[in-house]
Design a protein around this ligand. Structure first.
Ligand code: 13P
Length: 250
């Protein structure tokens, strides 16, 4: 059976000192021998400080974005190899705030995913529909398109280093969490789609996180759905006690 994986996406929040304190508090508060995998994804400037603070703990570190080239004249961008060098194991790719706030397309996200995997990072690849798309019964079509193009040309072996995060856009930062039925249905669809794209074995092993207004009081019900393998947590990951309560719910 699949392990649970809970990651905190700190977005563009925290100070340097606050980030290091939060990371340390998360590591300190984890139950000994807990089986749930845990990662935190701080803003770029704090990656090294947080990774250093978490060295020797079970808490992994991820970045929230990357460029698709190894290096070059790309002012303001960050290469996957730099993220690895900073002490990270993960990178979030295709978050809805990147897709919809910064115009990142499926084709671009595919390039980023391939580059991140080539550099040795694991990828948390985000998908999810807008409210209008759900209301127009387009959810499955949107997820299918995002996965087909975003994960194009990957091998089944490469997919082992990909986690998919299902984040319905209408549930992000709104307090409007998906129902357990909505989450389970979307996750089952994603797994079935991955089976068609990469084979049954890859699909059975794929970790699929749910994201969007996950809080301590709704986490257990979501995390106990058969195809929900974890959570990608925004707001509630900015406090150690709420994040740890979500981890404990796994
Ligand atoms: P919230 O948990 O704040 O809704 O954010 C979810 C998210 O976007 C995680 O990537």
């Amino acid at each position: 059976s699949r392990p649970k994986f809970v990651a905190g996406n700190w977005k563009m929040y925290t100070t340097r000192a606050g980030a290091v304190d939060l990371a340390a508090a998360v590591a300190k508060g984890l139950p000994a021998g807990g089986k749930t995998r845990v990662a935190v994804c701080p803003p770029f400037p704090w990656l090294t400080a947080v990774a250093d603070a978490l060295k020797g703990t079970p808490v992994a570190v991820g970045a929230q974005n990357c460029h698709f080239e190894k290096e070059g004249a790309f002012t303001g961008e960050t290469a996957p190899g730099m993220i690895l060098d900073a002490g990270c194991q993960y990178v979030i790719i295709g978050h809805s705030e990147r897709r919809h706030g910064f115009g990142e397309t499926d084709g671009l996200l595919n390039k980023k995913t391939k580059a991140a995997l080539a550099a040795g990072l694991s990828v948390i690849f985000c998908v999810g529909e807008l409210l209008a798309e759900r209301e127009a019964s387009q959810t499955e079509k949107v997820l299918e398109t995002q996965l087909t193009h975003g994960l194009a040309d990957l091998s089944a072996a490469q997919l082992e280093k990909v986690v998919v995060a299902y984040e319905p856009v209408w549930a992000i930062g709104t307090g409007k969490v998906a129902t357990t039925e909505q989450a389970q249905a979307a996750h089952a669809f994603i797994r079935q789609k991955i089976a068609g794209q990469f084979g049954e074995k890859a699909a059975a092993g794929l970790l699929i996180q749910y994201g969007g207004s996950v809080k301590p009081d709704n986490a257990a019900a979501l995390l106990h759905q058969p195809d929900v393998d974890g959570a990608l947590v925004g707001g509630a990951s900015l406090k150690a006690d709420t994040f740890l309560a979500i981890v404990a719910a796994g």
